[in-house]
Ligand binder design. Structure first.
Ligand code: ASP
Length: 438
């Protein structure tokens, strides 16, 4: 049994609805369907969720509902007409207007995109509609109650053979609507898959899976066919995004794989996200991702290595200022901290002063505009010369390496370069491991 989730662009128009139906009906195991709100049909299009946030904003500022609501109604009407459905959402829109005028929350407004879309999808597929409010439980503090949600999913769906469920939101114990953060329908899908003990969580989107590198940097990068949850964590943290980060935990606990699939190219394999696999990655590395705008604080002091508690004192200053440290490469008499530039800038002088007082260094140097690149892969552990090849690829392209860090898990190598070298560095690494291997 499969839980299938369709993202915003997969159900943005009548055309896309037709593709969804074909996909669902082509496999009887696809019995439970989670949908997002209608997303973009073309690059400059507006997402219904964005329109709903604007609608709420307009209301709060006293501008009324007439700027956004008709646009939203039109999006759904076009889908209804395009599919020749007999369903009418008039009654739902009347209720939405009334509840918003009566002071309903922003989360309620935002959640209506999924709610209405699931109603349409249920009608079109001929599946029963089940409101997410009956399944997804939030605690009074606004955090999702995973255990209660799984319990409800088990209980409520036990006797339902099929269902269409809206993503993105649930209810708290007082019956108030709460949403996940943006892109949160992925989390709904994961929670329901876990509660159902599904065999597979299929996440349908508009790309054929995770790519080895960012397509804005590398031309037509290869698709990753198998990736482990751990590798995915490393890559997502470094900025690769296809799936909401919190979508991993519920299914991971149950050992349910996630398959990323492309609604517009359903025959493509996509990416399988699994706990473990004997399948070798196609290339030694699984993926490359990175982020710009870090800075480094380089601290020098003679005999630093024999001064007990030196690192702890420096790190406590950073901690006291509420800053998180990304990496701390070090030498005998030097220690470097890599930090998000934005986080340091507001407290810069306080931090420097704190370090000065705490450890009395010989020298503190700052460097701005650095980028970090993660080269990730389960295959690195058993391959020789991966780090060497990364270094020579960069050297060959005249890129100066500012920092190297290989974690003991041997899952990733982190490279620091200047912001301006970021794209060239990713291309050099990609070419070395992927292009020259394929
Ligand atoms: N519609 C929501 C958003 O745009 C949630 C989702 O699509 O997952 O963020």
């Amino acid at each position: 049994m499969k839980l299938v989730k369709f993202g915003g662009s997969s159900c943005a128009s009548a055309e896309q609805f037709k593709k969804v139906r074909e996909i669902v009906f082509s496999d009887p195991a696809r019995r439970y369907v989670v949908v997002s709100a209608p997303g973009k049909r073309f690059p400059k299009d507006e997402k219904v969720t964005d329109l709903l946030y604007l609608l709420y904003e307009d209301l709060r500022e006293g501008r009324g509902m007439e700027r956004q609501l008709p646009k939203i109604e039109r999006r759904y009407r076009e889908i209804i007409d395009g599919l020749s459905l007999s369903l009418s959402l008039e009654e739902d829109f009347r209720e939405i207007r009334e509840r918003l005028l009566a002071g309903e929350s922003c989360a309620y407004a935002a959640s209506r995109g999924e709610y209405l879309n699931a109603k349409l999808m249920a009608e079109y597929l001929g599946f029963p509609f089940l409101d997410a409010g009956e399944l997804i439980a939030f605690r009074p503090d606004g955090e999702c109650d995973f255990r209660e949600t799984e319990r409800r999913v088990g209980e409520r769906l036990r006797d339902m053979e099929k269902a269409v469920i809206p993503g993105f939101y649930g209810l708290d114990p007082e019956g108030r609507t709460v949403t996940f953060s943006r892109g949160g329908s992925d989390v709904t899908g994961s929670l329901i898959a876990a509660g159902l003990h599904a065999d597979l969580y299929e996440n349908w989107t508009d790309v054929s899976g995770f790519l080895v590198a960012d397509p804005r940097i590398v031309r037509k990068p290869e698709v990753i066919d198998y990736i482990t949850y751990r590798e995915l964590r490393e890559l997502s943290y470094m900025g690769a995004s296809v799936l909401h980060e919190d979508a991993i935990f519920p299914v991971r606990k149950e050992g349910i794989p996630i398959q990323i699939k492309n609604t517009n190219r359903p025959e493509d394999h996509g990416t399988m996200i699994v706990a473990n696999t004997l399948k070798k990655p196609r290339f030694i590395i699984t993926g490359i991702a990175g982020k710009k705008n870090f800075c480094s604080i380089n601290i020098e002091k003679a005999m630093m290595n024999s001064e007990i508690g030196f690192i702890r004192k420096v790190l406590s200053v950073i901690e006291e200022n509420g800053i998180s440290v990304e990496h701390t490469p070090s030498g005998i008499d030097t220690m470097t901290l890599f930090i998000h530039q934005e986080e340091l800038i507001s407290n810069e002088q306080k931090v420097l002063q704190g370090i000065q007082r705490a450890v009395n260094p010989d020298l503190i140097e700052l460097e701005a505009d650095l980028a970090l690149i993660a080269v990730v892969g389960r295959g690195m552990k058993s391959a020789r010369g991966v780090a060497g090849r990364v270094m020579s690829a960069l050297a060959h392209d005249y890129i100066n390496i500012k920092m190297i860090d290989q974690g003991s898990s041997e899952y990733n190598i982190i490279i620091g370069v200047r912001n301006e070298d970021f794209e060239a560095a990713i291309r050099a690494i990609y070419n070395m491991f992927v292009l020259s291997a394929s």
